[in-house]
Write a protein that binds this ligand. Structure first.
Ligand code: SF4
Length: 365
């Protein structure tokens, strides 16, 4: 269902944070410290992410990782193993950067032409910041074709929203909230709009295709997670959660209510407890599924004949704030917790090229 976006105008919410940060997960295990906690239950960040002490916490992406596969979560959050850059992910990063910059211009100048004109400069900036992106292309022609794909996504964006009629309250907004006796939740909201009556709309851009009916679970979980963080941080439930799919020109909207956010909080707390129990036990088990086809760590996965590396000393405490078992060699044990279709060979390679699969409603939401 494609729907036109309503016109919203700027309105201040003094309790919302007003800064941007590039990557909520970059903080997950980067260190520990005093944090920004007040002990009063919830809070928002007040300083740029790079200036804040790092604390263990949970973002929607990493929560999804754990639900998909505890071992994958370990590889990403605890071991922090590098993953090769993907063209799709890099294109998503580029398009997000352009859409953020687009709103720097006066409203009347936010045209498709000006958005496309931002592409080369933003690509240069990203390549400088992430030199490994340069290795993605075997030829200039390949890179040109890839950039043309990004431009096409921008064209689609202008069929879904009219940025000359929007005045976002925030873009690339880093949000976090400390739950009482629970995890620190964090994430980055692509865009926050505030209507004249104070209603808040959370907007997330997706450069892939929209999920099929009945498979919106992963996307809805992410948006409810953000709604929960904002609700706990400001005391106000966002009126609208909106996902803008540039891959197929669809918009998915959802109006959250307090009861479902209470349920989301209960699930997030349960998830965090489960992560910490796993960290204490050291049993980061692989959970195979069709999504293994996109996993960059198959070669290290016992479910595919690999052997995980030892967990670096101190990494579990740093990432998750709990101590792992003292006995060496118990960091990863056992076989897969769920046996799914093996994901190797040509079919898996094609899957990897196409991007992650959908997950059904109920899996995460
Ligand atoms: S290959 Fe599959 S089971 Fe193994 S770590 Fe990756 S996602 Fe988990």
């Amino acid at each position: 269902m494609s729907v036109p976006a309503p016109t919203l105008v700027r309105m201040s919410i003094s309790t919302l944070p007003t800064h941007a940060a590039p990557d909520p997960d970059a903080d997950v295990a980067a260190g520990s410290g005093t944090g920004t906690g007040t002990g009063t239950g919830t809070e928002t960040a007040a300083r740029p992410a790079r200036d804040r002490p790092r604390r263990p916490g949970l973002s929607p992406s990493r929560a999804n990782d754990y639900m998909q596969c505890p071992l994958l979560f370990r590889f990403r959050v605890v071991d922090k193993l590098p993953e090769p850059p993907s063209e799709a992910a890099a294109r998503g990063t580029l398009v997000h950067a352009v859409l953020e910059r687009l709103y720097d211009a006066p409203a009347g100048e936010r045209t498709e032409t000006s958005a496309r004109a931002l592409l080369p400069g933003e690509w240069d900036r990203l390549r400088t910041a992430e030199p490994r992106y340069a290795a993605m292309f075997a030829s200039a022609e390949q890179e040109e074709a890839w950039l043309a794909g990004a431009a096409k996504l921008l064209t689609t964006y202008f069929t879904l929203e009219n940025p000359t009629r929007l005045e976002p309250r925030e873009r690339e907004l880093f949000v976090e909230s400390q739950l009482d006796d629970g995890p620190l939740l964090r994430g980055i909201v692509d865009r926050l709009d505030v209507a004249p009556d104070g209603a808040v709309r959370v907007v997330d851009y997706k450069t892939g295709r929209s999920p099929r009916a009945g498979y919106e679970g992963t996307a809805l979980f992410q948006m409810r997670f953000y709604a929960l963080v904002l609700w706990r941080a400001t005391g106000k439930v966002p009126r609208m959660l909106q996902l803008v799919y540039l891959g197929d020109g669809q918009v998915l909207r959802h109006e959250p209510g307090e009861p479902e956010l209470v349920t989301t909080e209960r699930r997030v707390r349960w998830l965090w407890d489960s992560i910490q129990r796993t960290a204490r036990s050291g049993e980061w088990k692989p959970r195979t599924s069709a999504l293994c086809g996109w996993c960059a760590h198959q070669a290290l996965c016992p479910a595919f004949g690999g052997t995980p590396p030892e967990v670096p000393a101190g990494a579990v405490e740093l990432a998750l704030g709990v101590a792992p078992p003292a006995v060496e060699g118990t960091d990863t044990v056992g076989g897969p917790t769920t046996v799914g279709p093996p994901a190797a060979g040509p079919a898996a390679a094609a899957q990897r090229a196409a991007g992650p699969a959908e997950q059904p409603v109920g899996a995460l939401g």
